[in-house]
Design a protein around this ligand. Structure first.
Ligand SMILES: CC[C@@H](C(=O)O)C(=O)SCCNC(=O)CCNC(=O)[C@H](O)C(C)(C)COP(=O)(O)OP(=O)(O)OC[C@H]1O[C@@H](n2cnc3c(N)ncnc32)[C@H](O)[C@@H]1OP(=O)(O)O
Ligand SMILES: [Co+2]
Length: 134
């Protein structure tokens, strides 16, 4: 079921500062900022060749990353995203196995225009997991 690592996401308090550090200090190639109100975040992707780093800044009053940044004010690793061939089959398999699928259980369209779902971090050893349709 589990496919490639699509991205590792970092929640950051200041996207402009994080973007500048990745571009100017690390010499990274970055996407343009993309505001995703449905997800409550603004995102920049860093291309590191074998995968991507997703820099996330809260957007709006009900951002799902707001509480995480309150606990980790300097930012930190927020989630890992794995690709799956069939996200609905993966969801049903995970639910049958007792994993908690977040939200209403229906995939949303993610930053790459593909369906995504999130799995509760307490069910995966303290790491929030995102699944993206390959
Ligand atoms: C850009 C679009 C898309 C893409 O295509 O890539 C994205 O990546 S969007 C990214 C942002 N969206 C999401 O994160 C959606 C899913 N997240 C959620 O539903 C919530 O954030 C959450 C995971 C349910 C957490 O909710 P929250 O209200 O912040 O906290 P809780 O009090 O409910 O947390 C319970 C428990 O879990 C710990 N926790 C919270 N977040 C994380 C995390 N990212 N990694 C590890 N652990 C996390 C939290 O600390 C609590 O633990 P205790 O304190 O021990 O109870
Ligand atoms: Co993500």
């Amino acid at each position: 079921m589990l496919g490639r690592l699509n991205h590792v996401a970092l929640a950051v308090p200041d996207l402009a500062a994080a973007t500048a550090a990745y571009r100017d200090l690390l010499g990274a190639r970055l996407s343009a900022p993309q505001a995703l109100p449905e997800h409550g975040v603004t995102v920049v992707f860093v291309d590191v060749g074998n995968t991507k780093i997703e820099l996330l800044e809260p957007l709006g009053d009900a951002s799902p990353i707001a509480a995480f940044l309150e606990k980790n004010p300097s930012g930190g690793m927020h989630h890992v995203c794995y690709e799956v061939d069939d996200i609905l089959a993966a969801r049903d398999h995970l639910k049958a196995g007792g994993a908690r699928v977040l939200g209403d259980g229906n995939p949303k369209t993610g930053a790459h225009g593909k369906p995504v779902l999130f799995l509760h971090p307490k069910d995966f050893f303290g790491t929030l997991v995102e699944l993206e349709q390959a």
